[in-house]
Design a protein around this ligand. Sequence first.
Ligand code: FAD
Length: 288
Amino acid sequence: MMKIADMFKKDKIVVSFEIFPPKQQYPVSTIYDTIQSLKVLKPDFISVTYGAGGSSSATTFEIAKKVKNDYDLETVTHFTCIGASSEEIEDSLEKIKKINVKNILALRGDPPNNQEDSLSNSKYHYAKDLITHIKKNHDFCVGGAAYPEGHLECRDLETNIEHLKQKVDCGTDFLITQIFFDNGIYYKFLDKLGQKGIDIPICVGIMPILNAKQIQRICSLCGASIPSEMQAMIAKYGNNARDMEKSGMEYACKQISDLADHKVAGIHVYTMNRPNQVSTIIKQTGLR
Ligand code: FAD
């Protein structure tokens, strides 16, 4: 059993995939073919997202258990603290321990359906407090989220990096970034982290854009900016599903190859549960 932080000791890019639980109306088993197809690509780990406020916690844990114990892949469970009491947090951490998962991506989460009041029920208001709790009471390897363009609630990058520094100082072992489409933004971010003495391993989050609708939704949710090259791509291919998918995959390949040339520690692909496209990208970029 390997902790994620130890994977970066090898002189090779750590490759990871993020999957999400199927929508409630579908059985959990609908994800198993996806996991099998992703396993063929020999990822260093797979992470499973978590519905903030615990809305999908049982499914997240069920899938994480399967990935770890049946597919024999190193696993990260995402876990959010928004709206959760101390007891709920402890209960979940015990469950994660029981399913044999050693790695947690510890997040604050967002209030479900804009229920701002769910914040008031929360034991912890920031991810750093959850991370402090986990590190003090348990033996998990803990990751945190990083935002190369700042966070939606904190667009001032310097301040956001100050907050990230606090989170890292609480014992965060590795980071996974929010998506971005302009590598230049990431390299500048990395410089700033260096100046602050943040030097823990970072998995760079990459999302292949496969249709024009997806990009608008994603960018409004996470605040990633769309560079002119991508805008031109959407203008040209947005109405043609096949060409849009093809050019979106080429864009992701270009981003990944450039990151690999810059010797990033890890590439984390937001798979959107689309293993075929991920497979093409991973093979074309020579990551596998
Ligand atoms: P934090 O690090 O706590 O930051 C939240 C905000 O608080 C930021 O604006 C920060 O600047 C500010 N802040 C932090 N510390 C302080 C302080 N001391 N004083 C004042 N302000 C402060 N969400 C899900 O629901 N489920 C998932 O599975 C999931 N997976 C994700 C995976 C990745 C890789 C990423 C990047 C995000 C993911 N999210 C997920 C989204 C995440 O929950 C949201 O972005 C959320 O708004 C912030 O979570 P955080 O852990 O980054 O919070």
